[in-house]
Design a protein around this ligand. Structure first.
Ligand code: ADP
Ligand code: ZN
Ligand code: MG
Length: 492
């Protein structure tokens, strides 16, 4: 296969990509989907296993109610309809890491269908991506191909993962660009993290994505034949794999060929996809209803209980935070990056004299310093309470913003929290209004041009005079008195 780079952008522009994503998510239940074994990543191999998850003859599955609750929460969070009566099915295939010889999944009657996720697009609008279905299933074990002395000739099996509860979320083929796919995945992960049903840790395999993609001539009605890129382990790689795959398919078509319906593997090191042997992909899963499990009934009570556990979701929370604290969308996005952080911020902000000022100290003073140092919020020397104190002192005019910045500098230099530094340094403040008045007079006398402009209507120059006096006072002028004097003198 020649490199795809020979395609001109004009040729590519004749085609429209069509993308649909299948995302597998491990649920954070204490135990597995159908047995009482621990659902835990990183245990010694083959220690969290029992006759049920190994599929020994006669062992019977019992559905984990927590897994149903989590699946329901996730489904509600992505706007799905919950089916009152859903059916588990056996998906049969042979693979060494699947000792039962089948996976318990759901087929034509999944627990949830017809949802959607809103994603931002390149032109600033919001696009609604349909979610076809969300179904419950169990994970398989793991084949260990590397890391043993005899890995060249043997493959080892770790069956701890067998029976781990999963949800699979299948999107409609509504996605049109690799960037949209990236956004969809980012939003989906964020929503799932907010609901708390999964840690979505891609390195540990708690979230896995298969990307389906086809291309068609723009304006064509029918979809082209799709290829499925399997098991891409980061969202960036999904985007890169889709970009590669789109070019590859266009090239196949442009050179008179046909895209094959197949599964392909992404090779991150080479930045390309490879066809998986098609024979092994020609599965007939022989789905049939799982005879050992009754239909899953989601009662009205169960559904109501799940709804009541649904947290405020990221999009809604951002909108509310923008309104409540008069912040920019960018600031709101920073504050809601995780539910835990947003919670800590909001609890603290409620205790501040001015929640908006508190948010600003958090974002620009503390956030700015953390960013410059490459630190995360949880490693900040200044706690939320420290930020509240700083904001309150500013609000009461007990310190100037310059003094606050100096105190924050000390906090970050010495790794100390704000209250301790403030108590020790207790910055001086000039509260003698005649002293401040004298300084204001001086600055006004030294800047006749700005005075003229101010009096000619450029009122924003007040800040310039305040700044000059503040500088002259080494940041010690009481801000309220200073503002008062500046206005009085300029207006007078
Ligand atoms: P399969 O039967 O091969 O599993 P499905 O119809 O179940 O295919 O779809 C699997 C995923 O592929 C879904 O996310 C769907 O949106 C997407 N998909 C289906 N047809 C196409 C297509 N022609 N091009 C791109 N994606 C597609
Ligand atoms: Zn078990
Ligand atoms: Mg399918």
């Amino acid at each position: 296969m020649p490199a795809a780079a020979v395609l001109s952008s004009e040729v590519l522009a004749k085609y429209e990509p069509v993308i649909g994503l299948e995302v597998h998510v491990q649920l954070l239940t204490a135990t597995k989907a159908f047995c009482g074994c621990a659902n835990h990543f990183g245990s010694e191999p083959n220690t969290n296993i029992c006759p049920v998850c190994l599929g020994l003859p006669g062992a019977l599955p019992v559905l984990n109610a927590k897994a149903v609750e989590f699946a329901t929460l996730a489904a509600l969070a992505i706007n799905c309809e919950i089916r009152e009566r859903s059916i588990f099915a056996r998906k049969n295939y042979f693979y060494p890491d699947l000792p039962k010889g089948y996976q318990i999944s759901q087929y034509d009657k999944p627990i949830a269908e017809n949802g959607w996720i809103d994603v931002p697009t390149a032109d600033g609008t919001i696009k609604r991506i349909g979610v076809t279905r969300l179904h419950m299933e169990e994970d398989a074990g793991k084949s260990l191909h590397d890391g043993f002395a005899d890995s060249a000739t043997r493959t080892y099996l770790d069956l701890n993962r067998c029976g781990t509860p999963l949800i699979e979320i299948v999107s409609e083929p509504d996605i049109r660009t690799p960037d949209e796919a990236f956004e969809y995945l980012t939003r989906l992960k964020e929503i799932l993290l907010y609901t708390g049903v999964s840690d979505c840790n891609m390195e540990e395999g708690s979230l896995r994505c298969d990307a389906n993609v086809s291309v068609r001539l723009k304006g064509a009605e029918r979809f082209g034949t799709k290829a499925e890129v399997k098991n891409v382990n980061s969202f960036r790689f999904v985007r890169a794999a889709l970009e590669y795959e789109i070019e590859r398919q266009v090239e196949v078509i442009e050179s008179g060929g046909h895209v094959m319906q197949e599964s392909r593997l992404w090779n991150a090191a080479e930045g390309r996809t490879y066809s998986m042997r098609s024979k092994e992909q020609a599965h007939d899963y022989r789905y049939f209803p799982e005879p050992d499990l009754p239909p899953l009934i989601v009662t009205a009570e169960f559904l109501a209980a799940a709804k009541s556990k649904l947290p405020e979701l990221p999009e809604a929370r951002r909108a509310r935070i923008i309104a409540d604290y008069e912040l920019t969308p960018q600031d709101a996005a920073t504050l809601t990056a995780s539910r835990e952080f947003a919670d800590r911020f909001e609890v603290a902000a409620k205790g501040a004299r001015s929640p908006r000022r508190m948010a600003n100290v958090l974002l620009s003073e503390v956030g700015g310093r953390l960013k410059a140092l490459g630190l995360e919020q949880e490693n900040s020397p200044v706690s939320m309470d420290g930020i509240v104190l700083a904001a309150d002192l500013l609000d009461e005019g007990k310190i100037s913003s310059k003094q606050m910045k100096q105190l924050m500098d000390v906090c970050f230099e010495k790794g100390e929290n704000f209250p301790a530094v403030y108590e020790r340094e207790k910055p001086q403040q000039i509260t003698d209004s005649s002293a401040i008045e004298a300084m204001v007079d001086q600055v006004i006398a030294a800047n006749p041009k700005q005075v003229e402009q101010y009096r000619g209507g450029k009122k924003t120059l007040a800040a310039f005079f305040v700044g000059q006096v503040m500088k002259a006072s080494k940041g010690q002028a009481n801000p309220a008195l200073l503002n008062e004097q500046v206005t009085k003198k300029l207006e007078g």
